[in-house]
Design a protein around this ligand. Structure first.
Ligand code: PAF
Length: 285
């Protein structure tokens, strides 16, 4: 597996892969890779002949006071994992390669609708930063397909919308969330948790499962379900950010007759912000 840092090198390697008739699969990441990322790369390797991954901690998607400076950088371990998962090329640019003129005057991509509310409300500017860097990375790599984790459910919806709205000929594949044995969704930010917090953290997923069970049993008073679930989060030691029940396809607030639902949550455990979601398919009425 080659690692390249410049756009010029990236384009040269990809031009050769294209000339060899290869389909290009792409997995953008911010590094500090875990089994969830590995499964994205494996999915790309099953569907494409030539797999490109990127590691770029994108300053544009971090707000003031967020963890841009402390976000773990673990390049050597990441390279080993990528190689083992079937990656052919790693793009690992510096900030100046991606934003050569700085970020102030950088053209931005904003995706209305699905970016609003949920993490979009708690992290102003976050999805504009994600949509902008993903658009740039797509234009740099020009993949046939790209794989993103369903753990960042709203991010996946934002990327699906931008690809559709901007007519990008890229197939977007969502890959299921990978979990630890106790249910905690794998995340680079789990590494911030103390041993005690790590024991508490799986309660976030159990809370989503409890809401899903109540929905399956016919509960439709969404406001009450949400209040009770957030009360349980507080009891477990979380500071809830949001917990919402949305239409899984549109991400609009769920209506009582919606069948495809997603329960999404974000909550703080100490200084660590965790997110998770759970799809709920209700039987047709
Ligand atoms: O999900 C991530 O790691 C990032 O948001 C992404 C998609 C790589 C854009 O920086």
């Amino acid at each position: 597996m080659n690692t390249v840092k410049t756009l010029r090198e990236l384009r040269a390697v990809i031009a050769q892969a294209r000339a060899d008739g290869k389909q290009i699969g792409f997995v953008p990441t911010m590094g500090n890779l875990h089994a969830g990322h590995v499964s994205l790369v494996e999915t790309a390797a099953q569907r494409a002949d030539f797999v490109v991954a990127s590691i770029f901690v994108n300053p544009l998607q971090f707000g003031a006071g967020e963890d841009l400076d402390t976000y773990p950088r673990t390049l050597l371990a990441d390279q080993e994992k990528l190689l083992a998962a079937g990656c052919h090329l790693l793009f690992h640019p510096d900030v100046t390669e991606v934003y050569p003129h700085g970020m102030g005057d950088q053209t931005r991509v904003s995706v209305p609708g699905v970016s609003e509310g949920l993490c979009g409300a708690s992290r102003p500017g976050h999805f504009e930063g994600v949509a902008t860097v993903v658009t740039k990375l797509f234009n740099m790599v020009q993949p046939d397909l790209a794989v993103f984790g369903e753990k960042d459910y709203q991010q996946l919806a934002v990327i699906r919308a931008l690809v559709q709205d901007l007519n990008m000929p890229i197939q977007i594949i969502g890959a299921p969330t990978r979990r630890a044995d106790d249910g905690l969704a794998l995340s680079s930010r789990n590494g911030y948790l103390s041993a005690e917090q790590r024991n508490v953290a799986p309660a976030l997923y159990r809370g989503l499962q409890a809401v899903a069970e109540q929905l399956q049993r016919g509960a439709r008073d969404y406001a009450r379900l949400i209040d009770e679930a957030q009360a349980r989060q507080r009891e477990a030691g979380f500071a809830p950010d949001y917990l919402e029940i949305r239409n899984a396809l549109t991400l609009r607030p769920a209506q009582v007759d919606d069948r495809h639902l997603v329960v999404l949550t974000a909550a703080h455990l100490g200084s660590t912000r965790l997110i998770d979601n759970l799809l709920v398919e209700l039987p047709a009425q």
